[in-house]
Design a protein around this ligand. Structure first.
Ligand SMILES: [Zn+2]
Length: 449
């Protein structure tokens, strides 16, 4: 058994009355799990790994499309809509194969590690070769993503996505041919052959009510139920989707998902931007998770979703960087509160503690890692350490570490990342990918050429 003791100058720890920042915290890790957490343990003992700053649970990025990272910057020129942005995204999607996706995703997941993210939910629909031809391994792209997470040292839940149509009753368009398995039974057969790993779990996704015909939603939901897997779905990000769903089925997307057994406590609805009162009730009554992606939602001019109302009604809230316009879990967290302030012209909708829970415990649970996202004995030894002496974080007392993390820190303040007891980021340097910026630059340049 390998045993390591980490010693944190400060740590955000669970407490009967809510989380508090404790000091001089000794954390013993054996075989990837925390076995003991001791606050006020005195100076760093000899042989322990000293972690200066504030230790937080590792953050879960609950919604990612890794290849969207290649669009950064180039989609900020000119104007356009969600739908013109999507055309650019499809051009990059068309350039990827399993080898280039492995290289790109390794770099993207390494960027996530440097930003404090220990687990990613990869909403993956780029399954087949351009035009729809099958690779020798029909899961070659999914397996490349699982391998990429291993190389970057983080956990992954591969949310293998069923994507069959371009709209209600419409065949896939040319760029979408590589997303489609033909029907949901073929999707289930392929997904059943995916190989999980110690760092990787397999989940399911419905791309959207646009992309899976209503009569086939139940197959995906049933596969997730039988395997106990997380099930994610894009929901009502754009009003056009709601309008088309109402025209085709006479109900909202949320009602359609509810009627076909897609909602529930293992399900995450991503975005949930444009909802009716009944939609909110359906999501809350089913304890469906809501994954908000504020930096993407603002980038794509989606609107501000009713996250506060959903949370108050009973939905756990999680966070994702989705299109990776930026990768910064602290920016996602504060955006939830700050967007609500702009919308309501009042302050104080979310506490910093609640937002750290969204990125930590609730995010992990939504990805099928219920034993991560908490610093306590028995939990997976996944943690993130933020500097409290940077130009952004210096000044506030350590007792306000949660508020400093959420409302002032950025990904650049992450000093350490530990995943399953392994020290993946040390003093701001990724230990497995030597030059993450160069890896991003090289892999993205190759896609442009
Ligand atoms: Zn998405």
């Amino acid at each position: 058994m390998s045993v390591t003791t980490y010693w944190a100058e400060h740590a955000w720890l669970p407490h009967a009355n809510g989380p508090v920042v404790e000091r001089d915290v000794s954390i013993t890790v054996a075989d990837g799990r925390i076995t003991r957490v001791a606050p006020d343990s005195g100076p760093c003992p000899p042989g322990a790994v000293r972690l200066a700053g504030l230790l937080l649970p590792g953050q879960a990025n609950a919604h990612s499309h890794a290849f969207h990272r290649a669009l950064r910057g180039s989609v900020q020129v000119g104007s356009g809509t969600f739908w013109t942005w999507r055309d650019t995204m499809y051009r990059f999607a068309g350039a990827l194969d399993p080898d280039s996706y492995l290289a790109l995703a390794t770099a993207v997941y390494a960027e996530m590690a440097l930003a404090g993210i220990t687990s990613v939910g990869e909403f993956h629909y780029l399954h087949h070769a351009p035009g729809g031809g099958r690779y020798a391994d029909p899961n070659a792209m999914g397996h490349a993503l699982i391998e990429a997470a291993a190389r970057a040292g983080i956990r992954i839940t591969l949310l293998d996505t069923c994507y069959l149509s371009s709209g209600f009753g419409a065949e896939p368009t040319k760029p979408q041919l590589r997303f489609s398995d033909g029907d949901s039974d073929a999707w289930a057969e392929r997904v059943s052959a995916l190989r999980a790993a110690e760092h990787a779990r397999i989940g399911a996704a419905v791309h959207s009510v646009r992309a899976v015909p209503a009569g086939q939603l139940g197959t995906v939901a049933q596969w997730a139920t039988e395997t106990g897997a997380p099930l994610h779905v894009h929901l009502s990000e754009q009003t056009a989707e709601n309008d088309a769903c109402l025209a085709a089925h006479g109900v909202t997307p949320t009602r359609l998902l509810a009627d076909h057994g897609v909602l529930g406590p293992r399900t995450s609805a991503v975005h949930a931007t444009h909802l009716t009162d009944e939609d909110i009730r359906l999501l809350a009554d089913s304890s469906t998770n809501i994954c908000m992606c504020p930096t993407t939602e603002r980038d794509l001019a989606d609107g501000i979703g009713p996250a506060r109302r959903l949370a108050s009604a009973g939905c756990p809230i999680t966070l994702g960087s989705d299109s990776h316009a930026v990768i910064d879990p602290f920016e996602e967290a504060r955006a939830l509160e700050l967007d609500e302030r702009l919308h309501t012209r009042t302050r104080g909708h979310w506490t910093a503690n609640a937002l750290l829970r969204a990125g930590g415990q609730d995010g992990h649970a939504s990805l099928g890692w219920p034993d991560a996202g908490r610093i306590e004995a028995g939990a997976l030894a996944d943690f993130t350490v933020l500097a409290l002496d940077s130009v952004r974080t210096a000044g506030p007392p350590p007792a306000l570490g949660a508020e400093t993390a959420v409302f002032a820190a950025s990904a650049a303040d992450v000093r350490h990342l530990v995943v399953g007891g392994r020290h993946i980021v040390k003093d701001g340097v990724h230990q497995l990918v030597p030059d993450v910026a160069a890896a991003l630059s090289t892999t993205i340049a190759a896609l442009r050429s």
